[in-house]
Design a protein around this ligand. Structure first.
Ligand SMILES: Cc1cc2nc3c(=O)[nH]c(=O)nc-3n(C[C@H](O)[C@H](O)[C@H](O)COP(=O)(O)OP(=O)(O)OC[C@H]3O[C@@H](n4cnc5c(N)ncnc54)[C@H](O)[C@@H]3O)c2cc1C
Length: 402
């Protein structure tokens, strides 16, 4: 724990007690095998519980319906959510960590009035950035927005749009000037997902779920008043969005892995036996694996502490977020792989998993398959390595492809 957090013990007690009273002990059982509709219903309900307690948008200013908590208080809330093993607020991730902060940062007063209160009331947003030919190299995106009077007419395709099926709105990047250098011709739009011309096709994942989708836009009209920032200046707006995505979110994930993932593995090997009937707790290889993952979780804790201390000292997210994301996602894969291996044949019997609960389904094999998404989403690990190389180590930049 970093020193500054010690002063917040009374606040921590209050938060812990609140989550202790409000997190349903059987939420995993309630959610097992849920349909996408049941998943959305459950998470709308969980969002309303968090809202009641003031923990729905801890990082937003009070003026816009957020908790107005300091960064350190947000850290405490994230830690206590993990400790309580609460459901992750997955349905509202983009609404609260991407769309909202972008509007807060780059929106006009009128846009804030129009879009922020509905987010607090439960409007679901998705993020339409990636395309079939634009992922890591996002600036290569080809979706076009052509001005027609007071509207843009948007045509193109997005892919991997998480929660598109549930979303009411989309933060969308579209090219408005094909002749400008690629980062200079992009505009940031707020698109109503119920507009004529929007078509969503769910993508079945290796886990059998449909968390993300292809989103097709065929001459969709987006009013100019739904543009965030100036025309052709979407890249600046986007960068503020991605920075926000990588900071606090990664902290909560790391905390969950340390407290719950490793803890659950330690509890589990106490109940498993090898195929020859030997309890795994007395198997040297199994003990070594678990001890290794535990030690790595301790390293992750140090990395997270350094990240928090630096954010507090500097007031913003730095390179440490990339280091934590890289280390977290690869540790997650190792942990899930070991757990599924140690569980043995039983791991093959996958019961109906949770919809989009990340890796916390309680089914190790399912969680192992799902863990691969964490080395890709939010910027791939190769891109994280590039960022660390260039910004933290001062290595020469990659050549720019225009
Ligand atoms: C679970 C999940 C949810 C997602 N949700 C959303 C969403 O809601 N909205 C959205 O817009 N997108 C979303 N994405 C998409 C995600 O942002 C992209 O998958 C990611 O940016 C990588 O892009 P790509 O898939 O096109 O891979 P590519 O960029 O084509 O990369 C392919 C491979 O090449 C490597 N590579 C690429 N460039 C470099 C380089 N310069 N140096 C070294 N290696 C490189 C990559 O690391 C990767 O291994 C999601 C992805 C996942 C996994």
């Amino acid at each position: 724990m970093i020193d500054e957090l010690r002063d917040l013990e009374p606040f921590r007690d209050e938060v812990r007690s609140w989550f202790g009273r409000h997190v349903p002990a059987d939420w995993r059982e309630q959610q097992a095998g849920a349909s996408p509709e049941q998943f959305a219903e459950f998470h709308r309900w969980w969002g309303s519980v968090l809202r009641e307690g003031g923990y729905f948008a801890p990082h937003w200013p009070e003026r816009w319906g957020g908790g107005g908590y300091s960064l350190l208080e947000q850290v405490v809330i994230a830690e206590e959510l993990a400790r309580a093993d609460a459901p992750r607020n997955v349905l509202y991730q983009v609404s609260l960590y991407n769309a909202g902060p972008s509007i807060l940062h780059s929106g006009t007063e009128e846009q804030k009035q129009r879009f922020l209160p509905p987010i607090i009331d439960g409007t679901v947003w998705c993020q339409g950035f990636s395309e079939p030919n634009a992922g890591s190299d996002l600036a290569s995106l080809e979706t076009r927005a052509v001005r027609d009077g007071e509207d843009y007419i948007v045509t193109g395709q997005k892919v991997w749009t998480s929660m598109a099926l549930e979303a009411d709105w989309c933060i969308l990047l579209a090219r408005t000037d094909s002749n400008a250098p690629k980062r200079k011709g992009i505009t940031f739009l707020l698109m109503d997902m119920h507009s004529p011309g929007v078509e969503i096709r769910p993508i079945k994942q290796a886990t059998g779920q449909f968390e993300f989708c292809e989103t097709f836009m065929s001459e969709v009209r987006v009013p100019v008043e739904n543009r965030l920032g100036s025309e052709n200046d979407g890249w600046g707006v986007t960068n503020s969005t991605l920075a926000s995505e990588r900071g606090v979110v990664v902290l909560e994930l790391a905390e969950r892995l340390m407290r719950n993932g490793v803890g659950e593995l330690i509890r589990s090997i106490g109940t498993w036996t090898s195929e020859s009937g030997v309890p795994l707790v007395s198997d040297t290889c199994a003990r070594e694996l678990v001890a290794e993952r535990y030690a790595e979780a301790a390293v992750l804790r140090q990395l997270v502490n350094t990240m928090i201390a630096n954010i507090v000292g500097r007031g913003g997210v730095g390179n440490e977020a990339s280091i934590v994301k890289l280390y977290y996602s690869e540790l997650l894969q190792r942990l899930m792989n070991d757990a599924a291996t140690l569980q043995g044949m039983e791991a093959q019997i996958v019961r109906p998993p949770l919809m989009s609960a990340g890796w916390e389904s309680g089914e190790w094999l399912y969680d192992f398959i799902n863990s691969y998404s964490w080395t890709i989403g939010g910027g791939t690990n190769e891109i994280m390595r590039n960022i660390i190389g260039e910004r933290a180590l001062g290595l020469p930049r990659e050549p720019e492809v225009l």
